[in-house]
Unconditional design. Sequence first.
Lengths: 650, 189
Amino acid sequence: MTAEARLIVEQLPAPDENLAELLKELSTTCKLDAYSCRQLLLGQGLALLTQGPADQLHEIRQTLVDYAVQGYVLTPTRLVFAPFILNRLEIRATELCLMGREKQLVIPRKSRLLILLSDLSGQLAERNLSLILSAHRYRGTTGNSGLEQEKIERIILQGRPVLDIYLLDKKGFPQAAARAFPGKFDHHGLGERATLSTSQNLLKLAELAREYAEDCRVDMHFGLSPLPGASLTVGKENDLDVLKKNLRNLTRYAWLQADIDRLRAQDTPASDPEDLMAPTASLLATTLPDQITNQSQPQATVDQPASTGKANRTAERSPKKNLPTPPDVQHHKVWTSPRAIIGIVLMVLVGLITHFGTRNGWLAPLAVKAFSSGLISGLLTISFLIGGFRLLTLKRLIENTPTSKIRSIAMGLVEIRGTARRQYALVSPMTQIACIYYRLTRYKRNHRNNWVISSITSSGHVPFWVEDDTGRVSVNPDQARVKADHRQESFEEGTVAFGGFSSTDEKWVEEMIYDGALIYVLGEARVKKSPRPDRRQRRAEALRRIKQDPHQRAHYDTNADGRLDENEWQTARDDVDEQLLHEDLAASSRRKTQDELVEIGKPRQRGVPFVIAETATEARLTRRYGLSITLLFATAASCGALTLWLLLTH
Amino acid sequence: MTGWIVLGVLVLIIALVVLYVIVIYNGFVAMKNGIDRDWSNIDVMLKQRYDELPKLIKVCEGYMQHEKQTLEAVIKARADVGKASGENQKMAAQNALSETLKSLFMVTERYPELKADKGFRQLANRITELEDQIADRRELVNAAVTIYNTRLDQFPDMIVARLFNFTPRGLWKINPAHRQDVDVNFSPG
């Protein structure tokens, strides 16, 4: 039995001319999903491409090496220890002594070190993701060189930095390690190097350790690399569970880096240890800058905490079997939908009234009159009530519909819950993450500095599977009311707005449901339309082929006069009919499975909802609707009270 | 003027209450019809099973010369399903048919040639598949009935239910014999 191993690749900062060929090779020979592979091969750092038996992975690795992509097949070393927390340090002539409460790490001169400077706040991952999004959106996918090293270091120091120092033995195995948090160790041990900034002291400590090392590699990419069990989770600032988890993952990440360093050393023919430990461009192993400047820039607050979570999910995923390319995405302008047409008509009416009303001077008195008479608040009350009742009806319908098991769904309105799986190799356009549904909305600023929707692109026409313990069924999300949990914004300059302010005139909002998410579907189950053309069409097509093919024509031209007379045509028609009959009989002898026969889509009956929601439980979904209903009714009550007051006072 | 306003407010409140009652009432109607539909959907599956049985019996007859009793029991149970009238009688007949089928599949264990027959395997798989689906749909009916009955007892739905005479529905009930422990005996003979 072969052991389960992992194939980790050094990502390419930008696609090169060989990438398309490599993806094709991976897709055809290695049966990996080209879209997911592309996503994992591009970026900064390391990525888990796939896992499985080691011998198979070595074959895939060879393919990668042929296309100048570095890959490593490894079974991660079991963690023997975690770094201790540094309390104080002592500089000695021949060694550097890092001390914790009970343990100590002695770094002698000419030792071998692995230093990790990491950010636990998620800002680094966030900024990197924003840059990638910007690259995808504004420059295509080329030229994505990622964040510069100095910028990375600055972001780490502005976030929640932590410094890990690992002492490695001659073979590259970790011997001992210390972990330093800013302000948590006695900085006087740094001597003249000590500064007033706690985070700068971390850098000084790293510099000091480097001085004692003969070979030293510094890694600052924790959280950027999609590596399983070694990724960063973003939670609330004081969430201890998240912090513990991140520190555990950071330790795993360090051990994995040590594993990869050893493999890299084996791959490199150079015997010079300097060469072996030299940072490679794609790994982004860097040396710390000698001149460290004081960073006095204010800490940026990023308004998209979910994005790192996405990166984490990506980390847990390996490319699956080859999926077909999705059908072309529908680009539709918002004004083509009936709602938008009504909206435009209303806007034109309001515009006309405003224009003529302002010119003739009757608009302001009319508006005052409408408001003071309670007409406007009355209309608002009715609108909110209608909205509230519509949502209430939907909520009760969801609550009142029992959940069916997929293998036994009956035709008609059904409710199912399960895991969403891709039918096609669909990836989100901005974040390039494997998903089953996305909606990309483009906003532009108008002259009043408000964001206005300019276009919407969605994957509403791309069906996906929903699986439960009993089977799977196809879902066609066209015209569904989709509630996606994950949302990502991107601005023109590639930076997420700080404090909600951005000077750009365009923004993109991507909502998506990941491949593998738990989802809820309420829709109509019906027999899937067969993609196979009916018999009449196939007959016509077969006869057309005979007409166009000289060999076939000659076959039926029994009197060899160069043309097919009525009798000869009849023979051809009879042959075609017989052939089609055989085909149909062969097809009907095999029973179709549920996933081939049934699909869930928008109910044909008007007013019956079609809901797709990313949610773990139905209760969570109905609770959300309940909150919205409460809000709508409360607003309606407020508007109603205002109307009443206006009516009574005026 | 104030009188009109008070009247307007009262009308609005009454309208809201009526709308709420309509939402609840429509919900009950939809649930009631949904339960009926779910029962009918079970009937569809039972009919499919009923139609598949003659083929299965025919295949079995060729091999099971010494198991006439079992086969006859299946044939009789199937005929009883065809004759049954009324919901309870139909349910009892279907349960009896399920029992005889179980016995039939147990007996087939003694006939390796029969088990190796491709046609038998296909039919047996098909019937097992149908049995699974029937079980799922019975669970669905029970889920739908439970939701409906819970609504009937909840406030304010119970007021609407009593006002419009919505009555509780029965759950699918198991044959009491199936609640007993299975006697497993591994001793020879």
